[in-house]
Design a protein around this ligand. Structure first.
Ligand SMILES: NC(=O)c1ccc[n+]([C@@H]2O[C@H](COP(=O)([O-])OP(=O)(O)OC[C@H]3O[C@@H](n4cnc5c(N)ncnc54)[C@H](O)[C@@H]3O)[C@@H](O)[C@H]2O)c1
Ligand SMILES: [Fe+2]
Length: 414
């Protein structure tokens, strides 16, 4: 008998639909009386925010606004947000913005509830208990942070991105209104959309979880399984249908909706399954080049896929089909998947090589060693990632051509 074992973690409620930001105020009123609104700076002076504050007041909720959010979330700003939440006596947080704003609300909630410094919580399951409820309202279609158990911050002392992962960080409610993404410029659409595609593909191809692992009780990111596979595959379909169109025509609401739907599904998938090598290797690349998370993972993804291909042929064939390819031969389909992903991402302006984003060639070995320090991500990769393998992937990404990478054998797949 095939073992039926599946795990999924998610918010209590997810509302998806154009215009559904109208649900923020009434849903907040069910959770608290004093709301700190953590809002992306691009919305700070908008009529939208003024309307939200009025709607909250009409629902009997007092609110204060915190808008000092810096992209990629440097840790130095987080204590100030927590101070603002404490001073206001917030009992609920509303995050409206990109991943940086939602992650600000998550880390702020942790510091407000449990004290200490952000670095006290780096890693998995180090948040000791519940935090104030968060209503997450994304304005980018990318990170999936509205449904995930992780916040990613930039630690300035180490000049790297670090994750805080705990089921307590999952927002209580996610309200996904694609109209809020209509103002994203193409660069933001591309970077956040590439991140979403990477979440879906890394979740679908991650190491597989089994009941015998016992990971459901110990780990936050625990590998792929039936729930997350279904969500990841549908995410890839939806992103393929929406992302290139949303990038070309920012005002196309149907394209925006499909892209945001895909990004949220991808968040649900990786929120339990986790991500892998592309996310691990992006950390040093982002630190050295000051490029966004989405650009880095998008650039690396096809090269990581080429490395992982032999271990995940059936999944790669499904990915190629989800991206619109058609062939009778499943192996041929699978082999096309990294190329199809690269074409899609280049088509929306993701840079083609590490050389193009100014990464110095002589630092490739440093980046390989540094990327391997993200142990949990590396362990989640379907094939083990030695320092040599990480370097080979980075050399391929430096050249920007998939021909430079010789895939490993299937023997050591997990
Ligand atoms: N917590 C998670 O699950 C998770 C997952 C992946 C990535 N991340 C993190 O999220 C961050 C990236 O988030 P992001 O890609 O959403 O970008 P972001 O939040 O950093 O925002 C990027 C830029 O876009 C602007 N912006 C946001 N929405 C806009 C809109 N609708 N119109 C116009 N401008 C808009 C912002 O003001 C900012 O200047 C990184 O720190 C990354 O590491 C978190
Ligand atoms: Fe990501």
């Amino acid at each position: 008998m095939v073992e039926m074992y599946a795990v999924l973690r998610s918010p209590l409620e997810i509302v998806f639909g154009a215009g559904r930001r109208a649900a923020i105020a009434p849903m907040t009123a069910e959770l608290g009386r004093r709301a700190l609104i953590v809002v992306d700076p691009f919305l700070a002076t908008s009529p939208e925010l003024a309307q939200l504050v009025d709607a909250l007041a009409a629902a009997g909720v007092e609110s204060a606004v915190y808008s000092d959010v810096v992209p990629e979330l440097p840790t130095r700003g987080i204590a100030a947000c927590a101070d603002a939440a404490r001073a206001f006596g917030a009992d609920v947080l509303i995050a409206v913005g990109g991943g940086s704003s939602i992650d600000m609300a998550k880390t702020c909630a942790v510091l407000t509830a449990h004290g200490g410094r952000v670095s006290d919580y780096y890693g998995e399951r180090r948040v000791p208990g519940p935090v104030a409820p968060i209503i997450a309202v994304p304005t980018t279609a990318g990170t999936g942070s509205e449904v995930t158990p992780v916040a990613v911050v930039t630690d300035e002392t180490r000049q790297v991105k670090v994750g805080i992962s705990s089921p307590y960080l999952i927002p209580r409610i996610a309200i996904c209104d694609p109209e809020l993404t209509l103002t994203c410029p193409p660069g933001v659409t591309a970077a956040s959309g590439a991140d979403a595609l990477c979440h879906a593909i890394e979740a679908l191809t991650a190491r597989k979880h089994t009941a015998a692992d016992g990971a459901d009780a110990d780990r936050v990111f625990m590998g792929a399984g039936p729930f997350t596979d279904s969500l990841a595959l549908e995410a890839i379909r939806s992103l393929a249908a929406g992302l290139p169109r949303a990038w070309r025509d920012p005002g196309d609401l149907d394209a925006r909706s499909r892209t945001m739907y895909g990004a949220t599904l991808a968040g649900l998938a990786f929120g339990t399954a986790g991500t892998a090598a592309a996310h691990a290797l992006q950390y040093p690349i982002g630190a050295a080049t000051h490029t966004s998370h989405g650009i880095g993972v998008g650039l690396l993804l096809p090269h990581v896929m080429a490395h992982n291909l032999p271990a995940r042929m059936p999944e790669f064939a499904r990915i190629a089909t989800a991206l619109g390819a058609d062939a009778a031969d499943q192996d041929e389909l699978a082999a096309r998947a990294p190329h199809l992903v690269q074409e899609l991402l280049r088509g929306i302006g993701i840079p083609g090589s590490l050389a193009e984003i100014g990464f110095p060639r002589e630092r490739l070995a440093w980046a390989a060693a540094e990327g391997l320090r993200a142990r949990r991500l590396v362990e989640n990769n379907p094939v083990p990632l030695s320092e040599d393998a990480a370097l080979a992937i980075l050399e391929s990404a430096y050249a920007g051509s998939l021909r430079h990478l010789t895939p490993t054998t299937t023997g050591d797949a997990r």
